[in-house]
Ligand binder design. Structure first.
Ligand code: ADP
Length: 245
C-alpha cells in the first residue's frame, strides 16, 4: 500500500470537538473546537507543550474518553453515540495503542501480554500469533520474561507487539519514546515506521520536535487548539540510523 495521502479516504474526522474536564469546582477546557481530518496512510505527529491537549485528543480518537461536544468519526463509526461496550469491542479490533509508560500487565510474561488482546479463540493460535509478533519486534527470545525483567526499550517493543495484536488499521502512540534513552527510542521509532510502511495509519503524540520530523504531517497544538497543520518532507528513521546521526 502506498502512503500518499492524496489517494486515500478519511479515516478520522473531527468537527468542532470540545472537551472540558471538571477539576474540583474549576472547569478546564482541554480542547476548544478541534476540526481535523486524517486520511488513511498518513503519519501524523501531534506536537505541542505539556498540557496543550494532545493526550486528550488521542483519547477521543480511541474512544477511551468522550468529547463534551462535536463530532468524532473514526473508521466510519460515530464515537459520540456508541455505547462504552461497543466502543471497547470496536477498539480491540480497530485501534492499537502505545503509551509512554508501556502499561504492560506486571504479572504476565511478554508473550502473555501480547496474547491477551488477540481476538482468536484457539489458545494455540493466539500463542503462535503472539510469538510471531514478538519476532517482528525483535525480542522473541524474551517471550518468557516478565516486564520487570525487561529494559524500557524492550517493554515498549512488547507494547508495540501487543498494539499490533489484531492488525489494526490505526495505531495511536502517546509519547512512545518519552521514557526511553535515545538508542531505544530510535529502535521504537523504526518499528513504528515499519508498521506505517505496511499501511497502518499512525498518529503519534510528542512534545519532541525531533520525533515529529519523521511524520508526514505535523499538527501543532497550543492551549487546546490546532495552531499549525503542515504536510512535510519526512525523514526516514531507517536512513537516519544508517547514517548514525
Ligand atoms: P498534553 O497531553 O498535551 O500534556 P492533556 O491532554 O493531558 O495535555 O491535558 C490538557 C489539559 O486538560 C491540561 O490542562 C490538563 O491538566 C487537563 N486534564 C487532562 N485530563 C484531565 C482530567 N482527567 N481531569 C482534569 N483535567 C484534566
Amino acid at each position: 500500500m502506498s502512503n500518499d495521502p492524496e489517494q486515500h479516504e478519511p479515516i478520522i474526522s473531527l468537527v468542532d470537538v470540545r472537551k472540558a474536564y471538571q477539576a474540583g469546582r474549576r472547569q478546564v477546557q482541554a480542547l476548544g473546537g478541534i476540526d481535523l481530518r486524517i486520511e488513511r496512510g498518513e503519519w501524523v505527529a501531534i506536537l505541542g507543550p505539556s498540557g496543550c491537549g494532545k493526550s486528550t485528543l488521542l483519547n477521543l480518537l480511541s474512544g477511551i474518553d468522550r468529547a463534551s461536544s462535536g463530532e468524532v468519526n473514526v473508521l466510519d463509526r460515530d464515537l459520540t453515540t456508541m455505547s462504552e461496550e461497543r466502543i471497547a469491542r470496536w477498539r480491540g479490533r480497530s485501534i492499537g495503542i502505545v503509551f509512554q509508560f508501556f502499561q504492560l500487565m506486571p504479572t504476565l510474561t511478554a508473550l502473555e501480554n501480547v496474547m491477551l488482546p488477540i481476538q482468536i479463540n484457539a489458545r494455540s493460535s493466539r500463542n503462535t500469533r503472539a510469538k510471531a509478533l514478538l519476532e517482528r519486534v525483535g525480542i522473541a527470545d524474551l517471550a518468557g520474561n516478565f516486564p520487570n525483567e525487561l529494559s524500557g526499550g524492550e517493554q515498549q517493543r512488547v507494547a508495540i507487539a501487543r498494539a499490533l495484536a489484531n492488525d489494526p488499521p490505526i495505531l495511536l502512540a502517546d509519547e512512545p519514546t518519552g521514557n526511553l534513552d535515545s538508542a531505544s527510542g530510535q529502535l521504537v521509532l523504526r518499528l513504528l515506521e515499519e508498521t506505517w510502511l505496511d499501511g497502518t495509519t499512525l498518529v503519534l503524540v510528542t512534545h519532541d520536535i525531533n520525533v515529529a520530523t519523521y511524520a508526514s504531517r505535523v499538527i501543532t497544538m497550543r492551549d487546546g487548539a490546532i495552531v499549525e497543520d503542515v504536510r512535510t518532507e519526512r525523514r526516514s528513521v531507517a536512513a537516519v540510523a544508517a547514517r548514525g546521526s
